[in-house]
Write a protein that binds this ligand. Structure first.
Ligand SMILES: Nc1ncnc2c1ncn2[C@@H]1O[C@H](COP(=O)(O)OP(=O)(O)OP(=O)(O)O)[C@@H](O)[C@H]1O
Length: 342
């Protein structure tokens, strides 16, 4: 059974320009998130990502549809049940949302205090969390004395305080530089792998999905337009919006000005070879070209590691005898897709 299961969920708001009309922020979304997933939800601004998260932890109520968390229907829960539900769902935010007047230790202890956990137990748990996020030395510091990455570590420790089963990360790395993003995503991976916590990552950056997610849903206009294993979505995107997101991290087939520049710089015919995991290797393609007595140069593209599987496009400028090129092409196209730039 899925840990979070949405069926045909809709959330409408009155149109601010015409109160008689409704705008669908979420429009018929069905999604299953399994225990142990790191589930990425990606979309441009206004796609409905934050609304979806607020529906899962019941900060908003759905207009229609069913939302099951751990088998329990959220849409009909009463206040007492909702409080219990929210204790099982931690949340981290883009702007960290820490109490600036409280120390790191007090920030992390806060949800435990609210939950009525006795002081000795609270202190023990906070020390454990500080060690887990690597901030034991900063226990007495205030948020203003920390870097962005350290602040998010405090946010993560605070979110984990009540031992939730689910962690919602809403643009949690969007305010951080790439290196700090990488570190924080590394910590989230540890949360998932060591503690078995299911993570739902909301982002507009495909790079974040590539680094951490195992599954991804692409949202547009309140709908999930595509979802599945990250590798499958990256290597075979179905929708234009998904292809745009993928192209931000994976260089595909050069076109337009990029292609013109490549032609200007490199003699020969230009081909793009797709490299898929378990399909064919870069080494095999190079071997075929070498054996055919051809000259070649890698001029664009690269290989990506997605969840430990390889995927990418290599664009090569190939020089030599035309018949030899055709024969090499035939051999390569028996292994994988190869496209000549025209
Ligand atoms: N409380 C609200 N009242 C009216 N409209 C809302 C409300 N909350 C969200 N919306 C509308 O719902 C749509 C989806 O918003 P949402 O914030 O979920 O998108 P998002 O993908 O998270 O975008 P962003 O990354 O910019 O926050 C938008 O058109 C937004 O204007």
């Amino acid at each position: 059974m899925a840990l979070v299961s949405l069926t045909d969920v809709t959330k409408t708001y009155p149109d601010p320009n015409d109160r008689r009309r409704q705008i669908a922020a979420i429009d018929g979304v069905s999604l299953d998130i399994q225990s142990g997933d790191v589930y990425g939800i990606i979309g441009y601004s206004g796609a409905g990502k934050s609304t979806l998260v607020r529906l899962i932890n019941a900060l908003e109520s759905a207009s229609s549809g069913s939302i099951l968390v751990d088998g329990a229907e959220v849409t009909t829960m009463r206040e007492g049940e909702l409080r219990k539900l929210r204790l099982g769902i931690g949340m981290i935010f883009q702007q960290f949302n820490l109490f600036n007047a409280k120390t790191v230790r007090a920030n992390i202890a806060y949800p435990l205090k609210v939950a009525g956990v006795p002081k000795a137990e609270r202190n023990r748990r906070v020390e454990e969390l500080l060690a887990f996020v690597g901030l034991s030395e900063k226990a007495k510091s205030f948020p203003d004395q920390l870097s962005g990455g350290q602040k998010q570590r405090v946010g993560i420790a605070r979110a984990l305080a009540t031992s939730p089963r689910i962690l919602l990360a809403d643009e949690a790395t969007s305010a951080l530089d790439p290196e700090t993003t990488h570190e924080v995503l590394g910590l989230l991976k540890k949360v998932n792998q060591d503690l078995g916590i299911t993570i739902i990552v909301i982002t507009h950056e495909m790079d974040v999905i590539q680094q951490i997610a195992t599954k991804v849903a692409v949202m547009e206009n309140g709908k999930v337009i595509e979802n599945g294993e990250v590798y499958e979505v990256f290597s075979n995107p179905q929708h234009a919006a998904t292809r745009r997101f993928v192209s931000t991290v994976v260089r595909g087939i050069p076109v337009g000005e990029e292609l013109q520049t490549l032609r200007y710089r490199h003699p020969g015919r230009i081909f793009t070879v797709s490299i898929l995991d378990g399909d064919t290797s870069q080494a095999r393609v190079f071997e075929i070209l070498t054996q055919a007595g051809l000259g070649f140069e890698l001029i664009y593209g690269g290989i990506n590691d997605i969840q430990g599987r390889t995927f990418g496009h290599l664009t090569l400028a190939v020089t030599g005898d035309d018949a030899a090129i055709e024969s090499a092409l035939a051999q390569i196209s028996a292994l994988t897709e190869i496209v000549e730039a025209r």
